[in-house]
Structure formats: structure tokens, C-alpha cells
Design a protein around this ligand. Structure first.
Ligand code: HSE
Length: 317
């Protein structure tokens, strides 16, 4: 048990266009920006949550409804259930990611919270046990349990969900030279609302396309075949419905593809979009255009990112 434990959890892209709810990737800006939430925990006489950071004011004022409070309650209940000793903690959430951005903002808070809690108590829970807790908490916010943000945020890289209880997720190889231009437009899209607008069933031709694309994509990553991988990065499940929520989406896609992007899509449930680029200069150019043209207000931003090997990271207290 430590005096103070601090965890940083990165932003992530859910779905990556072709893998609705089953594929996700962590994000790391190349300029060193810390694009992710930070949670600190420290022993205290009673539980308290302090919220700070650039997007703290967008969270509900009542800290009892904050997802980090729910993580704490869930974690302590699990400790009690399995006979692990606990004590009250004071927690601080540095809310660095915008809410409803499609960057895995809730997942980042959840992963940072669970990792800090587990590390503080000398790791009573294993990776998959924690992932189950993280998925459950993510489900409370978005209305359905999916791991495509919490898994890459926690473990890093690009991860594919197995649908098994263990392992929950497997790591995929990365295309070494891909750069990801991302742009958050500044508006907020609720994941649960963006899920509600989707049809409850998928037509047979779309189901066949989804399966073929995902299979070919995984093959192409292992074969290091960039063209083949990019050629199947299309979303037949959510994008046709969700793009109506995203002003300027079609123009942003058209510009990116005309200027050499290998693929373009919605990050998670949006409004953040991503363009997959072959090199950093191309990604810088597209990110700058998106910043000037896709951004809707001053809350928006763009970055050129890589997919980091590392997910959550413990920092010095
Ligand atoms: N797979 C989820 C969705 C990700 O698209 O609803 C949400 O960030």
C-alpha cells in the first residue's frame, strides 16, 4: 500500500470504423501532449473526490454521481467480497478529456481510477478482473457494456475484443508508419444517444461485409499489408446513421481522402474524426485542415497521434 498513487490513462479510438464495439486503439499525440485523464488516490479518514482540470466544469456538480465515485464504490465492494483489506481514500480526478468527444473520455477516467485503486492496494485484482469492472462501469454510462475504449486505454496498442471472459481482449500488430490525424469538433455527442439512433438489427449484406472486413483487416495487419488493411476500414454499422450528428463530416472525409489519407472515420461515437496517414507530414496537413474546417467551436482541437504500446501509466506521487 502506497501513500499516494497517480495513474494516467490515454484517449482512445473506439470501433476504428470497421470493428463496432470490438476494436479499439489507444492514442498518443506526437507533440507530447498528455491526452488523457489522471486520477490520484491517497489514504484519508473518509472518502472524498476532488475534480480539477480543463473539463472539470462540464461534469455534474454532485460528486456522488461522478463515475470515479462509482469506480471507488465498485472497487471497495469487490475488495470486501473477496476478503481484501481496504481503507477510505481521497481521490482527485484531473479531467483533461472533453466529455462526449468520442475520445473515450469516460473510459479514461474509469481506467485511471481502477488502476490507481488497484495499485494503491498492492494489486489485489488481475488484468481481466479489472477489465470486467471497467467494462461494467463503462456500461453504466453508455447504456451497454463494450470494451473497445477501456481495453486499449488500459493496455495500450490496438486491441480486439474476444467476447470471452478471459482473455477479454487480444493485442493486434500495428502498422509502424501510420500516423492518425484526429480532430475533436468541440460539440458533445452522448454515446448512449448515438447508440439509440442505431437500428436494432443489421441486414445480412452488412453483416457479411462486417465479418469479411474484420477478418481481412486482422490478416492484413499480420501480413503488414498496409493497402489491404486500409481498404477494409469502412463502417457499415454506425457511420451511416451517426454522421447526421456530425456537421461537416462528409466534407472532412472528402478532403482527407483527396489529400492522401488511407482511411477516414468516426472515433467511437463521435464527434471526433480520424484520418489514417502514411507519414507525419501528411497527417500534420490534414490535422491542420480539420482544425480550420471541421472544428465547430473553441473547445475543439486536433492532434497528430501514434498508437502507443503502453496504455495506463503510473506516475510519481
Ligand atoms: N463502440 C462504442 C460505440 C464506442 O460506438 O458506441 C463508444 O465510444
Amino acid at each position: 500500500m502506497k501513500n499516494k498513487t497517480i495513474a494516467y490513462a490515454p484517449a482512445s479510438i473506439g470501433n476504428v470504423s470497421l470493428g463496432f464495439d470490438v476494436l479499439g486503439a489507444a492514442l498518443e499525440p506526437v507533440d507530447g501532449t498528455a491526452l488523457g485523464d489522471v486520477v490520484e488516490v491517497q489514504q484519508a479518514d473518509a472518502f472524498a473526490l476532488h475534480v480539477a482540470g480543463p473539463f472539470a466544469h462540464k461534469l455534474p456538480a454532485d460528486e456522488n454521481t461522478n463515475i470515479v465515485t462509482h469506480c471507488y464504490e465498485h472497487f471497495i465492494e469487490a475488495c470486501v467480497k473477496y476478503g481484501h483489506a481496504t481503507h477510505p481514500l481521497a481521490m482527485t480526478l484531473h479531467k483533461n478529456l472533453p466529455i462526449g468527444s468520442g475520445l473515450g473520455s469516460s473510459a479514461s477516467s474509469i481506467v485511471a481510477a481502477f488502476h490507481a485503486l488497484n495499485a494503491h492496494f498492492d494489486s489485489p485484482f488481475k488484468q481481466d478482473e479489472l477489465l470486467h469492472m471497467m467494462g461494467e462501469l463503462e456500461g453504466q454510462i453508455s447504456g451497454s457494456i463494450h470494451y473497445d475504449n477501456v481495453a486499449p486505454c488500459y493496455l495500450g496498442g490496438m486491441t480486439l475484443m474476444t467476447g470471452q471472459s478471459s482473455p477479454v481482449t487480444v493485442a493486434l500488430p500495428l502498422m509502424e508508419n501510420w500516423y492518425w490525424a484526429i480532430c475533436y469538433s468541440g460539440i458533445s455527442v452522448s454515446t448512449s444517444a448515438a447508440r439509440d439512433i442505431l437500428p436494432k438489427t443489421v441486414d445480412l449484406p452488412d453483416a457479411l461485409t462486417f465479418g469479411r472486413q474484420l477478418g481481412v483487416f486482422v490478416h492484413a495487419l499480420y501480413a503488414n499489408n498496409e493497402q489491404l488493411a486500409a481498404s477494409v476500414m469502412q463502417d457499415v454499422i454506425a457511420e451511416p446513421y451517426r454522421k447526421s450528428l456530425l456537421p461537416g463530416f462528409d466534407e472532412a472525409r472528402a478532403y482527407s481522402m483527396e489529400h492522401g489519407a488511407l482511411a477516414f472515420g468516426i472515433s467511437g461515437s463521435g464527434p471526433t474524426v480520424f484520418a489514417v496517414c502514411r507519414d507525419q507530414a501528411q497527417a500534420q496537413h490534414i490535422a491542420a485542415w480539420l482544425d480550420n474546417n471541421y472544428k465547430q467551436n473553441e473547445d475543439g482541437f486536433s492532434h497528430v497521434c501514434r498508437i502507443p504500446q503502453a496504455g495506463v501509466q503510473q506516475q510519481q506521487g
